[in-house]
Design a binder for this molecule. Structure first.
Ligand SMILES: Cc1cc2nc3c(=O)[nH]c(=O)nc-3n(C[C@H](O)[C@H](O)[C@H](O)COP(=O)(O)O)c2cc1C
Length: 306
């Protein structure tokens, strides 16, 4: 059976992608994930200037593979990205997706232009992080107009590099936002970013555990929200989807493909090591063989027949 797939003309040896923010800061760690079996890797969100992120503690393990985090998009800035992307290219031939973040529209345009010079295979526009609201206000992905404006500005700067827009589940209708970014020129949609934000309190000290107080939820608990988001987006738009949110097994990845994702992102489940990519790939192949499915791409959107 054929695990290889294509996304906007980019060839991948399987549909699994490292999601942004996990193991994605250095070229070496991105390359180690690629070597361990990911079809493509996504960098940590790149800022134009150094962005410090939040104070520790920033990540709390909630059990069952679930996390709450408010790392606050720390990044060293474009010069760091230049070095780390070049390191990755020396170590791996696999596709590199560059996630970008910014605090306002003008900066999104400038960051996109600078990152485009590094020639990633795809740019992923992160307009949906729920953990920087204290710094920048409501994420752009929570408004049809703001989301579309960000896409238009970025598209002008990146030439032929395809653009995926990462959406937030923390909205009344993710399908409506998906339609708006498609109309603004997005080539693909990544869904979903973390859920919430939520909060955890240390009951002994009656103090919030995260220094930022609030943080986004990820891991298996959010998977049904991601499946529904993918399912609704698939019906709303024609552009392809990178499904992300709680995938930890072959069964979960297949569920995303059947809901309508072309690629499947893995974040929290990769935190203990990149071996998960090879395991999930094997599980997908086994499933397809049992079901006599010849190509992994034949799974895309199957849940819509009913
Ligand atoms: C510690 C941590 C850091 C993250 N950093 C980023 C980031 O820099 N950019 C981004 O677009 N998403 C970031 N995310 C969100 C993930 O890419 C993903 O959308 C989300 O965690 C849901 O997928 P998962 O359940 O597989 O982790 C981060 C998530 C976690 C847990």
């Amino acid at each position: 059976m054929q695990l290889a797939t294509k996304f906007l003309g980019i060839k991948l040896e399987n549909p699994l992608v490292l999601a942004s923010g996990i193991l994605g800061t250095t070229g070496a760690s991105l390359a180690s994930v690629a070597k361990s079996g990911a079809g493509a890797v996504t960098s940590k969100s790149v800022w134009l200037q150094r962005h410090p992120g939040h104070r520790n503690p920033t990540v709390l393990n909630l059990g069952g593979g679930n996390l709450i985090n408010a790392v606050g998009l720390p990044h060293g800035g474009i010069e760091e990205a230049r070095i780390e992307f070049a390191n990755f290219r020396k170590l791996s031939q696999k596709p590199l997706f560059a996630s970008i973040a910014a605090s306002n529209l003008k900066e999104f345009g400038e960051t996109a232009a600078a990152v485009a010079e590094l020639k990633p295979d795809l740019i992923e526009l992160n307009i949906s992080c729920p953990n920087v609201a204290s710094e920048f206000g409501q994420p752009f992905a929570c408004s049809v107009n703001d989301a579309a404006a960000a896409v238009k500005i970025v598209k002008k700067q990146i030439g032929k590099i395809p653009l995926a827009v990462k959406l937030s589940p923390n909205v009344a209708s993710i399908a409506e936002i998906a339609r708006s970014v498609e109309a603004a020129g997005a080539d693909a949609i990544t869904a979903i970013n973390t859920v919430g934000p939520g909060m955890v309190i240390d009951i002994e000290t009656a103090a919030p555990i995260l220094a930022n107080k609030f943080g986004g939820l990820s891991g298996p608990a959010i998977r049904p929200l991601a499946v529904k988001a993918i399912f609704e987006i698939f019906q709303a738009v024609k552009i392809p989807i990178i499904g992300v949110g709680g995938v930890a097994s072959g069964r979960d990845a297949i569920e995303f493909l059947e809901a309508g994702a072309t690629l499947v992102g893995i974040g929290s489940a990769a935190k203990d090591g990149p071996e998960i990519f090879a395991e999930i790939t094997r599980e997908i192949a086994k499933f397809c063989e049992r079901k006599k499915i010849k190509k992994v791409a034949d799974l895309i959107g199957l849940a819509h027949r009913i």
